[in-house]
Design a binder for this molecule. Structure first.
Ligand code: WQD
Length: 339
């Protein structure tokens, strides 16, 4: 079975390609290197000792898609898209244009070549500021708190409308909570360009000395210690969830929706403490005002994925802190050696 992975050299995409190869799938990756590096291709091969097809192009490049779909593509997992929440607030047109247009191009090409299985990288942001926690898949999808989140809401809506009138179309909407950590080899991980927006990559750069201290955005939320609570899932567990979702689509379920999280919330201060415990590195921090658009608490109910996919997390937040730090240290060494 051949799977096309768009954005397959990115953070979550690369870990998912590893999981697919390790589970015997043939893989084609398309990636425009907007938020990834070509060297990741070699690292995936080093980890899995397996080869796979890589096309360096934009998903909107129709010639590239025709070249890819000449091989029989049995399923598509779509990671490609802009994903920086803060940037999306400043550049809404670019976010709506890029994320929606590439999805349209992909879905039309799938229809042209008779590919009926689609896994969509959705997000907990579709729940907006939730009425209740933990969040369930049946909870209302409301106004997301950013144009980035809105693109996820809109694409979910589009996929639901397509599935409603396309009997042989199978689609899994995977709502990720907060992906963190790295592959235990230290070869794959999250390495955003510039100053990280997300908490864990920021903590990692404080740990390696590239940044001075963590800015804790608010300690006056209605949470046990006043700081924001999130559901942090190890990226390797998240990748496994995609393989399980693909297996589910083989049963022709139509459109299915799953939360992929741990079912547990961790506050910012707890995360800093866990990171120190996992790595032995002191993480200085300073309390700052709240960040616009942040919500107090977000964590998943994952019973549905457990029951219908057999999904469960093998790794803890401490494992993710340890693996994420290991990647940062190894990446710093590689950069110093010019690799
Ligand atoms: C986590 C917590 C911050 C940075 C985002 C996207 C979401 C998903 C995951 C893709 C919050 C606090 C953060 C910092 C801090 N991505 N924080 N200092 O905002 O929950 O979700 O990433 O789907 O779509 O919105 O993640 O890591 O930015 O923040 O105090 O320097 O850490 O306030 O409570 P977030 P995050």
């Amino acid at each position: 079975m051949r799977v096309l992975v768009t954005g397959g050299l990115g953070f979550i995409g690369s870990h998912t390609v590893v999981a697919l190869l390790e589970n015997g799938y043939d893989v084609t990756v398309i990636d425009n290197l907007y938020n990834s590096k070509l060297v990741v291709k070699d690292r995936i091969k080093e980890i899995t000792n397996k080869d796979f097809k890589t096309v360096i192009a934009d998903v909107q490049d129709e010639k590239a898609l025709d070249e890819i779909f000449k091989d029989k593509i049995d399923a598509v997992i779509n990671f490609a898209g802009y994903k920086a929440v803060g940037e999306s607030v400043k550049k809404p047109l670019e976010y709506y244009d890029n994320n929606l247009t590439l999805t349209f191009a992909l879905l039309k090409k799938m229809r042209e070549y008779g590919c009926h299985n689609f896994v969509f990288s959705s997000s907990a942001t579709v729940y907006g500021n939730p009425e209740r926690v933990p969040m369930y898949e049946t909870d209302p999808v409301t106004d997301a708190t950013s144009p980035y989140g809105e693109t996820k809401v809109m694409i979910e809506r589009i996929l639901k409308d397509i599935a409603a009138v396309t009997p042989d179309f199978n689609c899994a909407l995977l709502r990720y909570f907060n992906p963190i950590g790295a592959h235990k080899s230290g070869l794959l991980g999250e390495d955003p360009n510039g100053i990280p927006n997300n908490l864990l990559p920021y903590i990692a750069k404080v740990a390696t000395g590239e940044l001075k201290e963590v800015n804790v955005f608010g300690n006056d939320y209605d949470t046990p210690d006043g700081t924001g609570v999130r559901d942090y899932i190890h990226v390797v567990d998240l990748a496994k969830g995609h393989v399980l979702a693909l297996k589910k689509l083989e049963q022709n379920p139509g459109l299915v929706i799953y939360n992929l999280g741990t079912g547990k919330g961790t506050s910012v201060l707890e995360m800093i403490h866990d990171y120190e415990e996992a790595t032995g590195v002191k993480i200085p921090y300073v309390i700052k005002p709240r960040r616009a658009g942040d919500i107090a608490t977000s964590y998943a109910n994952c019973d549905k994925a457990a029951k219908e996919l057999g999904f469960h997390c093998d790794y803890t937040v401490l494992d993710a802190c340890r693996d994420g730090y290991h990647f940062q240290v190894e990446e710093a060494k590689r950069k110093k050696e010019g690799k």
